[in-house]
Write a protein of this length. Structure first.
Lengths: 171, 155
């Protein structure tokens, strides 16, 4: 699936589930995304506290995810350029860590619905205590096309890697 | 890491077209760059390139050239006690789909005189990482250098 159909599909699916309104906040995304077609909710436990996970999110997410990416696709009959800006927001507390990732197409994709200023919500990740030094992590995001982002978030959460996802590989 | 991909894609494309030029190394090789790239597919490739930019007092950049990180170990000399903007770019291309993309990691670096900087550059499983560790001339424990965006130049 190329980037453009994937993006349009997710936006349409989320909007379709709510009569033409896209989630405007992370909370709205949490409420609207589960159960929507092509949206996946993943949950897992890690042996790190929400505070530790939050520190990793705070250290890595802005550096890795606040980027603008240009992707080009060329076939014998078409040439497509898409500029996409990503914006990560990290919220941490003593017993929670949140990571929100928004995506805004600057060029190459026409939005059908009104989206938040920093783009539509792509991922919302929550880490909460699970007893001891463990945490329960929930990732809400697209069910396909964004594996590299999910891999990076999981690695940041469990502490196995601090690598940045190559956002040119999504979609 | 802001509009880096756009800037760098331009640099790589320019490099491919002969519009960019190789970095003219200085004598003392104070950057020791260890590169590991893997595309995880027989139908695609990943190329790592370093772009070197001088940074003046107004934080303006002057492009000084590129270094291909096409070997596991590449040593580069950049001026000590001067601010330099290093742009590590990972450019991937697919042989079948005609798709290409690039992503990069940038940092400001003001090398200390006599110090050496171990730079780990990795791209694996579609995750990339650049880490820099400084070792002072008198030895001692190496320390990790936090990557700094161009915005930090004005602070």
């Amino acid at each position: 699936m190329s980037s453009k159909p994937a993006v349009l599909g997710i936006v349409a699916i989320l909007a379709g589930g709510c009569a033409g309104k896209m989630p405007q906040t992370a909370d709205e995304f949490r409420q609207m995304a589960p159960g929507a077609f092509m949206v996946q909710v993943q949950g897992f436990e890690v042996k790190r506290s929400p505070r530790e996970i939050g520190e990793t999110f705070r250290r890595r997410a802005p550096e890795c995810l606040n980027v603008t990416v240009r992707t080009t696709s060329q076939t014998a009959t078409s040439y497509q350029v898409i500029d996409t800006a990503y914006k990560a927001t990290v919220i941490t507390g003593s017993d929670k860590a949140e990571l929100h990732l928004q995506q805004k197409h600057l060029k190459g994709v026409i939005n059908v619905y009104e989206e938040p200023a920093d783009g539509h919500y792509l991922f919302v990740v929550d880490a909460v205590p699970a007893g001891g030094r463990a945490a329960k992590v929930q990732i809400i995001g697209p069910s396909r096309g964004y594996d590299v982002v999910v891999r990076a978030i999981k690695a940041w959460a469990d502490g196995s890697s601090t690598g940045c996802p190559d956002l040119t590989k999504i979609g | 890491m802001r509009l880096r991909s756009l800037i760098l894609l331009g640099a790589v494309l320019a490099a491919g077209c002969g519009g960019a030029f190789r970095y003219a190394d200085i004598g003392e090789k104070n950057l020791v760059i260890r590169t590991e790239t893997s595309s995880d597919s027989a139908f695609s490739s990943v190329k790592a390139v370093l772009g070197v930019h001088a940074v003046d007092a107004q934080c303006k950049l002057t492009y000084e050239g590129y270094v291909e990180l096409d070997r596991p170990l590449v040593q580069v000399g950049i001026p000590a006690e001067r601010l330099t903007y290093l742009v590590f770019e990972f450019a991937s291309s697919s042989f079948l789909g005609g798709t290409r993309g690039s992503i990069s990691q940038e940092t400001l670096l003001r090398p200390r005189s006599g110090a050496t900087y171990d730079v780990k550059v990795a791209y694996k499983n579609e995750l990339y990482e650049v880490a820099i560790r400084e070792t002072l001339p008198r030895g001692g424990r190496p320390r990790d250098i936090e990557l700094a965006s161009l915005g930090a130049c004005k602070r």
